[in-house]
Design a protein around this ligand. Structure first.
Ligand code: HPA
Length: 297
């Protein structure tokens, strides 16, 4: 319930932006003890991954006030919550996320974003790794998510989620903020980084798609395919939060290129481009979210 979320995250109010970055880790200089200091003595437990190989209880450590201890099932996804200061504003970065393919419920998957939204965070930058299907998307490209296809067979708003969280039937016709997309494009061009636009299809995985499935996704209008993000977007739309979604294209989707699709290769490309994505995220935060623009914060 909302009250549970609130209790769990007590003491971390005031964060302005949340990013769920894929990839191996934060960009150098972005995180560190200095950035974490303002977390002060908050006692934070972050039970979105449980014991038995999915441990990631965020709690106060001796060296860092807020740090997850995790042994994620998927080594590509660490469970780590980091609080940082960017130009005087606080922001919160979540490295690693929970996925349906780990056998977690969709409620577990959206727990972190719901909880963080309940602290008062209004704007979320969600990133992911995805296979490129259309629009000339190549491995290493970044794609702004303009819209999505929910092919997960799950929706976090099924059942009851307390009134406190918002409308159970939220409008999804404009889920990704066009203002944030424009800011991201501006920032990307300043950084000399290409940024395409496209539709993201979420499938449950964890097996990759067959070539026939990719042809199907293509005919449905998907430009990229991945196994995440959409549950969080739905949960955040219910809570009326601003969302920027960016896919890092790690591979050609199945059947579009010779050769096998291997998870290690996906992780390698994700790791290589994670810093670029982090730089872009920080720039967007500086430019838009700390500028006092409407809806920022
Ligand atoms: N398919 C699904 N999920 C993915 C892919 C893919 O090709 N690449 C990265 N995540």
């Amino acid at each position: 319930t909302g009250a549970d979320h609130r209790r769990t995250f007590r003491g971390l109010r005031g964060c302005r932006v949340f990013t769920a970055a894929t990839g191996r880790g934060p960009a150098p200089g972005v995180t560190g003890r200095k950035g974490l200091r303002h977390a002060g003595s908050s006692a934070v437990r972050y039970p979105w991954r449980n014991q038995r190989g999915r441990t990631a209880c965020l709690r106060r450590g001796r060296r860092n006030p807020v740090r997850a201890e995790s042994q994620p099932v998927d080594l590509g996804h660490r469970g780590q919550l980091i609080l940082e200061d960017v130009q005087g504003g606080k922001f919160c970065r979540l490295l690693g996320r929970a996925h349906l393919y780990e056998g977690l419920s969709v409620q577990d998957v959206v727990f972190p974003v719901r909880a963080i939204a309940l602290w008062g965070v209004r704007t979320f930058i969600l990133t992911n790794a995805a296979g490129g299907i259309g629009r000339g998307l190549l491995p290493g490209d970044l794609m702004l998510i303009t819209d999505h296809l929910n092919l997960l067979g799950e929706n976090p708003l099924v059942g009851t989620v307390g009134d406190e969280l918002g409308d159970q039937f939220p409008d999804m016709s404009v889920s990704y903020s066009s203002e944030l997309m424009e800011t991201a494009e501006l920032c990307a061009s300043e950084l000399g980084v290409g940024l395409k636009r496209g539709v993201y299809a979420a499938v449950k995985g964890p097996s990759y798609e067959t070539p026939a499935e990719i042809r199907m996704l293509s005919s449905l209008g998907a430009d990229a395919v991945g196994m995440s993000t959409v549950p969080e977007v739905i949960a955040l739309r219910q809570m009326n939060r601003g969302i920027l979604g960016i896919s890092l294209i790690t591979n050609w989707a199945a059947g579009l290129h010779d050769g096998e699709l291997r998870h290690e290769d996906v992780l390698r490309v994700a790791g290589r481009s994670a810093q670029m994505l982090a730089r872009l995220g920080i720039k967007v935060i500086e430019r838009h979210l700390l500028s006092g623009a409407p809806g920022s914060g």
